[in-house]
Ligand binder design. Structure first.
Ligand code: OGA
Ligand code: NI
Length: 361
């Protein structure tokens, strides 16, 4: 029976969503409008995704310069790259994915302790984007929590599965160290020096961990796990157990763009340039638009670690990147400003924070 097929978004609130109940059909309010995919179809040539061996950041000056150049090119063309030889043990990645999966397998009663629709809550468990509120619903269940400084937040995290705090905590710490290294390389690639952001990011910087679960979907062509969006962060570091991530290559097809499927290779981490690095670069680097597609058989888990400045610390365009040809292109903003935006806008309909920051010529 498909008696809820035509029901509205509010029917599928947290606890009652189609993805939590494994409905055997996709309700209409999960159907992604055609306007979402106005651009070119998927390009399956995955070799076009840049992959960078970042162990060379610790090598000779020449090696480091080589990596910085690769990062610069990747940030300019895609706003995205994959990293290999990042130094995080495979067992840490495997354990984090396994314990995250374990969390979603717990009985509803256990998970619902964290249920919240308050975007300001430091730990919250919910569905879709803004559960039951957005016009279009997404086939996602997620837990989002703050992760830095760890000692300030970890006691608020789930205690079940019993190893959740330890395994996710370890992953968060390692990824954070990596994020500082990559941010140093990014600011160096912009000519700002490797320490340009380091004190602001390491002392008060925020780390928000999005632990995402995308259950099998009976009709993966109709619904999405996440709609096209960019992250507000400086950078996001992502770990996934299965493919599903697609990024939008703005430069393809003479500027009309195309979707690129990101392959899954064990141990590889993905780096997204977020809105705040677009601002930091005065538009030279673009925050990557990405989306999550679904599959019919398997549960996809991803861990997205979002790294940004402190809650009220404003990102602005550095004066070194401003001259007569390059006026300031973005207004300053903070993570808190982003949360305000999130409350008032509907990302499911394509609203983007970065668009509110652009200064028109
Ligand atoms: C996100 C995101 C991608 C994924 O959480 O912002 O884009 O693969 N996640 O789950
Ligand atoms: Ni994202």
């Amino acid at each position: 029976m498909e008696n809820e097929k035509g029901a509205s978004s509010s029917t599928f609130k947290m606890g009652n969503s189609a993805q939590e109940r494994s409905l055997p059909y996709v309700p209409d309010c999960y159907a992604v409008p055609p306007s979402y995919e106005p651009r070119d179809a998927l390009d399956s040539k995955s070799e076009s995704v840049p992959t960078i061996d970042i162990s060379r950041l610790k090598g000779s000056d020449d090696e480091r310069r080589g990596v910085i150049q690769e990062i610069r090119l990747a940030c300019q063309s895609f706003g995205f790259f994959q990293i290999v030889n990042h130094g995080i043990d495979q067992s840490i990645l495997d354990d984090a994915l396994a314990v995250a999966k374990g969390f979603f397998e717990l009985p509803a009663k256990e998970k619902n302790k964290f249920m919240s629709n308050d975007v300001y809550a430091p730990v919250r468990y919910t569905t879709s984007l803004k559960d039951g509120l957005d016009k279009t619903q997404f086939w996602r269940i997620f837990l989002k929590h703050y992760a830095h400084p760890l000692h300030r937040w970890i006691h608020l995290w789930p205690q079940n599965p019993p190893e959740y705090r330890e395994k996710i905590g370890k992953f968060c710490e390692e990824v954070r160290i990596l994020s500082l290294e990559i941010m140093g390389a990014i600011t160096e690639s912009l000519g700002l020096g490797r320490d340009y952001m380091s004190s602001r990011m390491s002392e008060n910087g925020m780390q928000v961990m999005a632990v995402n679960c995308y259950p099998p979907c009976p009709d993966p062509k109709t619904a999405l796990g996440l709609p096209p969006h960019s992250d507000y962060s400086c950078i996001t570091i992502l770990l996934q157990n299965l493919t599903g991530l697609e990024i939008f290559d703005l430069t393809a097809h003479g500027g009309s763009g195309r979707w690129v499927h990101v392959p899954e290779v064990k141990g590889v981490l993905k780096v997204h340039i977020g809105d705040h690095v677009e601002v930091l670069s005065n538009g030279l680097y673009k925050s990557v638009i990405h989306k999550v597609t679904l599959n019919e058989e398997k549960t996809r888990i991803s861990l997205a670690s979002l790294h940004s400045l402190g809650m009220d610390d404003k990102m602005s365009v550095p004066c070194q990147l401003v001259n007569d040809e390059n006026p300031v292109r973005y207004r300053e903003s903070s993570f808190n400003d982003f949360l305000g935006f999130l409350v008032k806008n509907d990302i499911s309909q394509g609203d983007r924070f970065i668009d509110t920051l652009r200064i028109k010529d």
